[in-house]
Design a protein around this ligand. Structure first.
Ligand SMILES: O=C1O[C@H](COP(=O)(O)O)[C@@H](O)[C@H](O)[C@H]1O
Length: 266
């Protein structure tokens, strides 16, 4: 049984007793948003992350989702990417392709990966340019309150240090408000060169889901979600605060074990 509820102003928390239950709930959530978005806009523009997220999305490749989801209407982006070749083990594109995209009938031209043949800075600029073209043609919606792209769904993982996408604690790119996509060359987690959506883009999405499992994420989740007072650290995961969108956290009981009022006993 999953426990679900709103948590102050930090969005909806869905805590699951098992990974299997989380995977089913996540697949249902994504399939429902896809259906809603295709009905409303004719397309579904979704940004993926790398890491454990892709494995946790695995049920989408199975029945009934592989048959019921309108895959032809999906447009795929990455909320962050490592600047390595597409066949490199560190590539988020490779992870997404091997774990999901090659197993469902997504239109290849709808898959927007980065240019990995240029510098991180150039790759970020190129990726922003691609996104600007697709905002112009309304494949990606536009925010009502800024000129930012409004993705139908941004799927984020979270590292044990509280990083989301490639926005790491105390990094200067957390303050980047002008660019949609930026780059870093000093990631504390290898590989060092990455591109990432900026916080204004993440916070302009219609829906943002943060998916985090395992006890190593418990402390960061406490700092990201609970009311930790005026000294609340500027943890990237805590800075995920969609302005007009809906935030949902998909957790297992180990990850949620340090949350105030944690309701599952270990
Ligand atoms: O480096 C990255 O890490 C995060 C978190 O990964 P996880 O394996 O702990 O879930 C991931 O969301 C991000 O896309 C990736 O580049």
């Amino acid at each position: 049984m999953a426990l679900s509820g709103d948590h102050n102003d930090r969005g909806e928390l869905r805590t699951h007793e098992s990974l299997d239950e989380l995977k089913t709930d996540l697949a249902d959530y994504i399939a429902d948003l896809s259906e809603m978005s295709v009905k409303e806009r004719g397309v579904f523009a979704v940004a993926l992350s790398g890491g454990s997220l892709i494995g946790l999305m695995g049920k989408l490749c199975e029945a009934p989702y592989n048959k019921t989801v309108d895959w032809a209407k999906w447009y795929i982006f990455w909320a962050d990417e490592r600047v390595v070749g597409k066949s490199h083990a560190d590539s988020n594109y490779k992870l997404g392709k091997d774990g999901l995209l090659s197993k469902v009938p997504i239109v290849p031209s709808h898959v927007h990966s980065i240019n990995d043949l240029v510098s991180a800075e150039q790759a970020a600029d190129d990726y922003e340019f691609v996104i600007r073209q697709l905002v112009r043609t309304r494949v990606i919606s536009v925010s009502e309150i800024s000129d930012c792209p409004k993705f139908d769904l941004i799927l984020l993982g979270m590292g044990p240090d509280g990083h989301v996408a490639s926005l790491f604690p105390n990094h200067s790119v957390l303050g980047e408000n002008d660019e949609w996509v930026t780059f870093i060359t000093d990631s504390p987690k290898p590989p060092p060169e990455r591109i990432t959506f900026t916080l204004p883009v993440i916070n302009s999405a219609s829906h943002v889901a943060v998916v985090a499992t395992g006890v190593s994420k418990a402390e960061a989740l406490h700092l990201a979600i609970d009311d930790v007072g005026p000294d609340s650290p500027s943890l990237p995961a805590r800075m995920v605060q969609p302005t007009n969108g809906k935030l949902v956290w998909f957790l297992d009981k180990a990850a949620s074990s340090k949350l105030d009022g944690a309701q599952f006993s270990n």
